[in-house]
Design a binder for this molecule. Structure first.
Ligand SMILES: C[S@@+](CC[C@H](N)C(=O)[O-])C[C@H]1O[C@@H](n2cnc3c(N)ncnc32)[C@H](O)[C@@H]1O
Length: 251
């Protein structure tokens, strides 16, 4: 974990992007929530790691017996519990827990999901039942690469080993079977410059560290931002090329 990553997420406080206007062109066909639905049913006990303000769990998680959703940021979990009030029919519980220090009993869950968050393959395997499934979606090396090249920095841009390759290798090493990894490519088109700027100010896409290695909220240099917008503006909006990965594996 990067230094003070918790502080970063505590300051952000939710993972709600509904005010940002963009549309998506999905170029691949692996869908995180469909994979969960294919591997769980209305009796399954599921665990969602790094749930943020619960926005996606509440809106998009399939109907399962119960989903326990965790995040290490108390502020995020507070937001999730507030959001839960708008979904009284949802069988969901939100808890503060660090993905790297999980305290669930062994073999508790039928399925563990993790979307855009850090994971520990061994700890996931420990709390999964025999035959249980793990479903992961992550931000891959090469995500928003054109933008990061212009800024000369950005999340994962200069990693020696792509995070997708690390997760894949770690899951195998932890003893998971049938580990499948796929590339997920999505073109996002932001309606206005303000919409794109709002995304960059809220997420760590252009993260930077200060001299003491502390993760800081991104400062977006206006001249570099304008250069990107000039190059990637199209009729549909300002293009941002996203690169994610999906992994599914069995215990
Ligand atoms: C990019 S957000 C993703 C939120 C949600 N999964 C989604 O897809 O909408 C990452 C979340 O992971 C959480 N997180 C980061 N490191 C964590 C850790 N070690 N343990 C638990 N949560 C963590 C952050 O607080 C943040 O809410």
């Amino acid at each position: 974990m990067k230094k003070d990553e918790l502080e970063f997420y505590e300051n952000v406080g939710d993972w709600d992007f509904s005010m940002i206007k963009y549309d998506e062109e999905i170029l691949t066909d692996w869908n995180f929530y469909e994979k969960i639905a294919e591997n769980a049913d209305e009796k399954s006990l599921c665990l969602d790691l790094g749930c943020g303000g619960g926005e996606n769990v509440l809106k998009r998680y399939p109907e399962v017996g119960m989903v326990i959703a965790t995040d290490f940021s108390p502020e995020m979990v507070k937001t999730a519990n507030e959001n839960l009030k708008d979904y009284p029919e949802r069988r969901a519980k939100f808890l503060v827990m660090d993905n790297l220090k999980m305290t669930f009993p062994s073999e508790m869950f039928d399925l563990v999901s993790a979307r855009h968050t850090i994971i520990d393959s061994y700890q996931i395997r420990e709390c999964l039942k025999e035959g249980g499934t793990v479903v992961i979606r992550g931000v891959d090396k090469g995500d928003c690469s054109e933008l990061k090249q212009i800024f000369g920095r950005g999340q994962g841009q200069y990693d020696e080993i792509a995070i997708s390759d690390l997760d894949y290798a770690n899951l195998k090493e932890a003893g998971f079977k049938n580990v499948e990894k796929v590339e997920i490519l999505i073109n996002e088109y932001y309606k206005t410059e303000q919409d794109l700027m709002a995304l960059l100010l809220k997420t760590p896409i252009l993260e930077r560290e200060n001299e003491s290695g502390k993760m800081e909220m991104p400062l977006i240099e206006k001249d570099l931002f304008d250069e990107y917008v000039r190059k990637f503006r199209s009729e549909r909006g300002i293009l941002l090329k996203r690169k994610y990965y999906g992994i599914i594996a069995k215990k």
